[in-house]
Design a protein around this ligand. Structure first.
Ligand SMILES: NC(=O)c1ccc[n+]([C@@H]2O[C@H](COP(=O)([O-])OP(=O)(O)OC[C@H]3O[C@@H](n4cnc5c(N)ncnc54)[C@H](OP(=O)(O)O)[C@@H]3O)[C@@H](O)[C@H]2O)c1
Length: 305
């Protein structure tokens, strides 16, 4: 059977690069969409041979990158502006940039757009970088671009360079204070690759929650790390409660970025950031990963066990 031609936007990112790896493992014919300034070294080492230059803030560049001549079967979008990797990145990429990407995909007649969205993004009106995902889901619908939106919760391994050294020292750094849905990025990368090349067309035009078999909080994660590593783990908030409750709201009056982060922590604290439909994930991707099993996978992958 002919390999599916998949273009990945955000291929150099933390998640995007893992999606590329999974797609290659599934036998897909992968093209990485990168910016002129992107560092492609890791993708080249992985064996990616096809690159196109496309900047989501430069619509004409997308016309070229995604042109019908490439005959892509799928576009996967894992790019993000709010993570601010380059000068000029910001929420505008997650709104205007994503609209440009959808428009170019629709114009090229790509039959499937796989979006990395966010769990319960439709309810997160107060959290711009969450709600922007819902806006793009709506935009895909409006434009009649066939899509699958995967909605993960928080990433266990977000900012890997920060978390790993702490865990190694027996400290679990916590950023969120409530109970929330969670996923480990290699698991999400696998689901994304499956959504791109394996799920039937009957799944198109839906949003699917993806995560572990139950939500977590710091105590659940602490217990799982203690069992897996067989040692005491201390929970240490990245920011003391005083900073979260009193300092962030003040700085947030002057900084949209800080306000977004503060509103996210507050919103997650209300307990809404959890999957309401784990059954759908089970039907499409099989048994949901368990907490301890996932923490063990993380520890194994990082040489901790
Ligand atoms: N972190 C979480 O807990 C969490 C939870 C749920 C969902 N998500 C979603 O997961 C996705 C992946 O996150 P991540 O942490 O892997 O992101 P990341 O590492 O910050 O990567 C962002 C990617 O977007 C690309 N990009 C940025 N602006 C672009 C533009 N104008 N044109 C083309 N490409 C552009 C970057 O390319 P360069 O290499 O050129 O910079 C990079 O490849 C995001 O959509 C995020 O919203 C994250």
């Amino acid at each position: 059977m002919k390999s599916k031609k998949v273009i990945v936007a955000g291929a150099t990112g933390m998640l995007g690069s893992q999606i590329v790896k999974e797609l290659l493992a599934q036998g897909a014919d992968v093209t990485a969409m990168v910016r002129a300034s992107s560092n492609r070294a890791m993708l080249t080492r992985m064996g990616v041979k096809n690159f196109v230059i496309g900047d989501m803030m430069d619509a004409p560049s997308l016309k070229q990158a995604i042109s019908p001549a490439h005959q892509f079967d799928v576009i996967v979008a894992s790019a993000a502006g709010y993570t601010r990797r380059a000068k000029g990145d910001g929420p505008v990429t997650d709104t205007v940039g994503y609209q440009n990407l959808v428009d170019a995909s629709k114009a090229a007649g790509i039959p499937r757009f796989v979006l990395i969205s966010i769990l319960e993004s439709d309810k997160a009106r107060s959290v711009p970088h969450f709600y922007n995902k819902y806006r793009i889901e709506q935009y895909l619908k409006e434009k009649g671009q066939p899509y699958i939106a995967l909605r993960p919760g928080a990433f266990l391994d977000q900012t890997p360079d920060f978390i790993l050294p702490k865990i190694t020292k027996g400290i679990l750094p916590t950023f969120l204070t409530g109970t929330y849905g969670i996923i480990y990025t290699p698991q999400l990368a696998k689901y994304t690759a499956l959504a791109a090349v394996n799920l039937p067309d009957s799944v198109l035009n839906t949003s699917i929650d993806v995560g572990w078999d139950r939500p977590v909080n710091e105590k659940i994660l602490q217990a799982a790390f203690e069992r897996v590593l067989n040692k005491k783990i201390a929970v240490k908030p990245v920011m003391p409660p005083f900073v979260v409750n009193y300092v962030l709201p003040v700085i947030g009056r002057f900084s949209k970025k800080v306000k977004d982060m503060y509103e996210m922590i507050r919103w997650i604290d209300t307990g809404v950031y959890i999957s309401k439909n784990t059954q759908r994930q089970k039907e499409l991707f099989g048994a949901l990963p368990g907490v301890e099993e996932s923490v063990a996978q993380y520890c194994r992958n990082n040489g901790l066990i």
